[in-house]
Design a protein around this ligand. Structure first.
Ligand SMILES: [Zn+2]
Length: 220
């Protein structure tokens, strides 16, 4: 499936969350498309005023682009909740299905879905579902990678990526899991966590995709 404009908007939003300067190369790498394909789409999006460009940030979503992205996430994540709660999909199966559906369902459908699901706040990966017309603001936004102090944390959000979910499933690390960060190695850039009877040392690229929240020390 060739990615469309909506996929590009989400891609730019996601890169902007790491607060790096966004350029064509990053977009091409993340979307796995050719450089000419990116240039062509970027030109269209600039012309439509969905993104703008400046020296410091590279590409940025505009006032016009941001609400569109929020609505896309709302749609995608509501569909995910539906797939898990009503059709009993596993959490690592829903991404593909939601990617297809989000481009085809109408706004009215999404509003009805929202109501039927009782206005859920989070998708099955812990991503925040913005209310209709609201800007997306992730409630869980602290990546493990940015944690400076060892201690007790709870895994609240997992980046929606099949290989990552598969890896975490293998290690029985699930959403809502309380973990103890026992070691942060600034030189090797690794994060060692323990939970249940597991000990896992995570590299930086995985730690960037797991979001945690500080938790109380568990009672003995
Ligand atoms: Zn999700």
């Amino acid at each position: 499936m060739t990615p469309n404009k909506e996929d590009y908007l989400k891609c730019i939003y996601e890169i902007s969350q790491d607060s790096q300067k966004i350029n064509n190369k990053q977009i091409a790498a993340k979307m796995q498309v050719s450089a000419p394909a990116v240039s062509e789409m970027i030109k269209k999006m600039l012309a439509e005023g969905l993104i703008d460009k400046n020296k410091r940030h590279g590409y940025r979503l505009t006032e016009k682009g941001l609400p569109l992205v929020s609505e896309l996430y709302r749609k995608h994540r509501l569909i995910e909740v539906f797939l898990v709660d009503y059709l009993h999909y596993a959490i690592d199966e829903i991404h593909q299905e939601a990617e297809v559906l989000e481009h085809t369902v109408s706004a009215a459908f999404v509003d009805r879905l929202d109501k039927m699901l009782h206005y859920p706040r989070f998708c099955p990966h812990g991503g925040t579902i913005p209310k209709k017309g609201e800007q997306l603001k992730e409630i869980y936004h602290l990546p493990l990678k940015q944690v400076k102090q060892p201690g007790f944390y709870c895994v609240r959000r997992i980046h929606d990526d099949f290989l990552l979910l598969d890896y975490l499933a293998k290690h029985q690390l699930v959403l809502g899991q309380k973990v103890e960060i026992t070691q942060i190695d600034d030189y090797a850039k690794t994060y060692t966590i323990t939970y249940a009877d597991h000990e896992l040392t995570l590299p930086e690229n995985i730690a960037a995709q797991l979001y945690v929240e500080e938790a109380a020390r568990p009672q003995k």
